[in-house]
Design a protein around this ligand. Structure first.
Ligand SMILES: O=C(O)CCC(=O)C(=O)O
Length: 232
């Protein structure tokens, strides 16, 4: 289903068209392309190469081990935090939970999960993901599919047993109406903002020629972290 207008508090998700202006978008792309060019040329230590090779991800704190100068890595972090603050109000960038994903194999996709239950963010509540596609998604490249309103119900539903952080499609179908599933079509510079309890997965897009690049930026508004902000 195409994305209807959504509200972050009510739906646990919202689309923000034109979240990034042209200049910050260009800076972000330029900085992360340095990292991918470095890895593609066979450089990088074993840890960064393994993560990149297995799930197509580079974490924000590891950029300086991927050929990105420290000041450029800092510029990227500051930019992501500044934009998040502009959108959501005072928010602390969880750099260790921020990453850049380049999908280049059909097999790399994430199944239904919430970051709260499967992504290690439960200690940061309230916490949000600002998902930034750097390539157009939703038609030829997979977007992120979400279950609208799931952030509230996920507090109370009985989890599959055993639970490994993922939720099988049948489990999601049992508790949520098909109409609650939304797959936004987004352009570079747009953002999809999610509550960290919102169910989401990589869009299933059969036949897509994978070449998608995206950023998962996570921020918290937990009091302890807000107090660490310069104006906190
Ligand atoms: O980029 C994707 O396809 C999935 C991202 C995701 O699920 C996440 O960041 O938690």
């Amino acid at each position: 289903m195409l994305a209807p207008a959504m509200n972050l508090e009510r739906d646990g998700a919202a689309m923000v068209r034109g979240y990034l202006d042209e200049e910050p978008l260009r800076r972000i792309v330029d900085i992360i392309e340095i990292a991918f060019a470095y890895l593609v040329s066979g450089q990088g230590d074993q840890t960064v190469r393994e993560l990149w090779g297995s799930v197509g991800v580079v974490t924000l704190p590891s950029l300086n081990r991927c050929g990105v100068a420290s000041e450029l890595a800092r510029e990227l972090s500051s930019l992501l935090e500044w934009e998040a603050n502009r959108l959501l109000g005072p928010s602390y960038l969880l750099a260790v939970h921020c990453s850049i994903r380049r999908m280049y194999l059909k097999s790399i996709r994430l199944e239904w999960h919430t970051d709260y239950d499967g992504g290690g963010t439960s200690g940061y509540d309230p916490c949000y993901i600002i998902w930034l596609p750097l390539t157009a998604v939703g038609i030829n490249q997979p977007s992120v599919e979400i279950v609208r309103g799931s952030h509230r119900r996920m507090r109370d539903l009985p989890f599959p047993s055993p639970h490994n952080g993922q939720f099988p499609d049948e489990w999601v179908a049992r508790y949520f109406a098909p109409a609650a599933r939304v797959t936004p079509e987004l352009a570079p510079g747009d953002a999809l903002v999610l509550d960290h309890r919102t169910l989401h997965r990589t869009q299933v897009l059969n036949g897509a020629a994978l070449g998608r690049t995206s950023i998962e930026c996570r921020v918290t508004q937990h009091d302890a972290y807000l107090a660490a902000l310069p104006n906190g």
